[in-house]
Design a protein around this ligand. Sequence first.
Ligand code: PLP
Length: 425
Amino acid sequence: MYSRSKELFERAQLSIPGGVNSPVRAFRQVGGTPLFIKKAKGAYLFDEDNNRFIDYIASWGPMILGHAHAPVVEAICERAQHSTSYGAPTELEIQMAELIISMVPNVDLIRMVSSGTEACMSAIRLARGYTGRNKIIKFEGCYHGHADSFLVKAGSGLATFNIQTVPGVTAGVANDTLTCAYNSLAAVQQLVYDNKDEVAAIIIEPVAGNMGCILPAPGFLEGIRALCDEAGIVLIFDEVMTGFRLAPGGAQQRFGIDADLVTYGKVIGAGMPVGAFGGKREIMECIAPLGQVYQAGTLSGNPIAMIAGYTLLTELKNNPNIYTELDAKTETLHKGLNTALQNCGMPFQINRLGSMISVHFSDHPVVDFATAAACDIESFKRYFHHMLQQGIYLPPSAYESWFLNNALTKEDIAHTVAATQTFTP
Ligand SMILES: *Cc1c(COP(=O)(O)O)cnc(C)c1O
């Protein structure tokens, strides 16, 4: 069934470390051979053996309207005729910035980069430059990309591979990153108190998506907002997953809370390598060439990447029904999985917000990294392979959120539920 993928994986390992260009793709947590993808259209992926899969990864978010979405593909092709990069400003970059600002009212200025990692890394540098302080607070199990400062209790791929400390990250850098449990407001308050006037920023995924999907407890984000105001700390919402996914204005809009800086990635580039960070004018003005905090990128604002993102975001802005539809589809899936998994007779938890959802095999609510890590990974592994056999492609790790795309049909969701129904642990 996967013979060509097997062959390609063997060959890939001869020239690429572990055969992949990003670790979770290697299927290490779930075992087996990673699928090599030939093409995708709408809600479906096709591998090199011509198997078809219903896709619940959506390239980890960007394909919110499905793969090879015609307006995006056409815009890319047309733009590519006029060269793929200039290293000089274009009007398109202004249009992109104006569009984002129109969708996210508390963003005054925004700078484009080429990945979510770069966006978060730059936001932290900026917060440090702005406050003149060194330390940052992040939450256990939150992933903010692979910059040195963030590789401390970083969820996602690191959790998948059980990596505790990362060789190559110096103690000096790691020591400036303070961590505490997601959803523990008292613990954050204590950290800020213990490090009075030393904390530059608190960075958080407003809905965590890198330890499965984990929702902020009522009052948690509000409490952090108040704490940052009190202590002069820059609040950074990492909306690389949630931005333009949970609402046109992301988690900020969904929860009605304004961060000081916001980072974007994934959906913002429609599948092209794009990230961005933006926020309050006073802070953003510290960035070069206005200020002394240096940040740059040869391919930042790349025209092909910009036209892809611009085309997708325009559609998301002009058609807010997309969010209602996505939410309804995800709710249908949630209800269906809930019933189907009850038949399997093993304890499970389903967490969901908007079009982000995950299944954890556990009898305890999953509210932070400790409770996510206490789940039954073996059962997830069997569930993953059971679903794959039924033509359903879930994230190959229990520490990842699923992302729904709006090309999914009722039948796709019904098939996913029916496949779950036949899962025997
Ligand atoms: C994916 C992700 C990142 C990193 O983005 P890359 O484009 O992979 O560098 C950062 N933060 C969050 C919340 C993410 O999900």
